[in-house]
Design a protein around this ligand. Structure first.
Ligand SMILES: [Zn+2]
Length: 197
């Protein structure tokens, strides 16, 4: 069977992110066992760095694949909005579970398109407000009024700075808060892809 896409077309149409960790399905296994990698509160520095990278690749893929209209794109300053970081995290993991995990199914994939993605867009507008979201999409991000995330440097520098600061605050390895370690079994959710045997 011949490859229907030449290399230029592949790069132009699909974008390099199409082949990144966000796409390959191996990304979940880069996290330590017993880590719930959608829960930022329990990620150590290594896991957080991995997740930042995956989300960056996923946002590139998502905007290239689905962002036919500007209002259907994730704003470039997403990393500066904690709410969007959290939402994109579960959006990505929900996609992984529906499309690429051992329990992936066309029904799950359709559910993601029909319910998960529209819900994500609704909540993104609710978190930021429609006006702010529109300005962010146009590259006119504004610092929060409470000063969190405030910076006068350029947006991409701000995101990089925020990610570096986030990683700096995390333990090198095994950064899970003590309260979550006493009985891991009690915390375990019935998520199929945590069963790795
Ligand atoms: Zn913004």
């Amino acid at each position: 069977m011949t490859d229907v896409l030449d290399e230029t077309t592949r790069t132009t149409v699909l974008g390099s992110s199409w082949q990144g960790a966000a796409r390959t399905g191996v990304a979940p296994f880069a996290f330590e066992e017993n880590t719930r990698p959608w829960n930022w509160l329990e990620l150590d520095r290594t896991a957080a760095a991995q997740l930042w990278r995956i989300l960056g690749e996923f946002v590139s893929f998502f905007n290239a694949r689905y962002g036919e209209r500007p209002e259907l794109r994730i704003p470039p300053c997403w990393a500066e909005h904690g709410s969007l970081v959290e939402e994109i995290t579960t959006l990505w993991w929900a996609r992984w579970q529906a499309f690429e995990s051992a329990h992936a199914s066309v029904g799950g994939a359709q559910y993601w398109h029909t319910y998960t993605v529209p819900g994500f867009f609704e909540r993104m507008a609710r978190w930021l407000g429609l006006d702010q979201l529109e300005r962010c999409r146009q590259g006119r991000h504004e610092a929060r009024s409470d000063g969190i995330g405030a910076s006068s440097v350029q947006q991409c520098d701000t995101a990089a700075h925020l990610i570096a600061a986030d990683l700096e605050l995390r333990a090198e390895r095994g950064g899970r808060p003590a309260a979550m370690t006493h009985d891991p079994g009690a915390q375990r959710l019935p998520i199929p892809f945590l069963e790795r045997d």
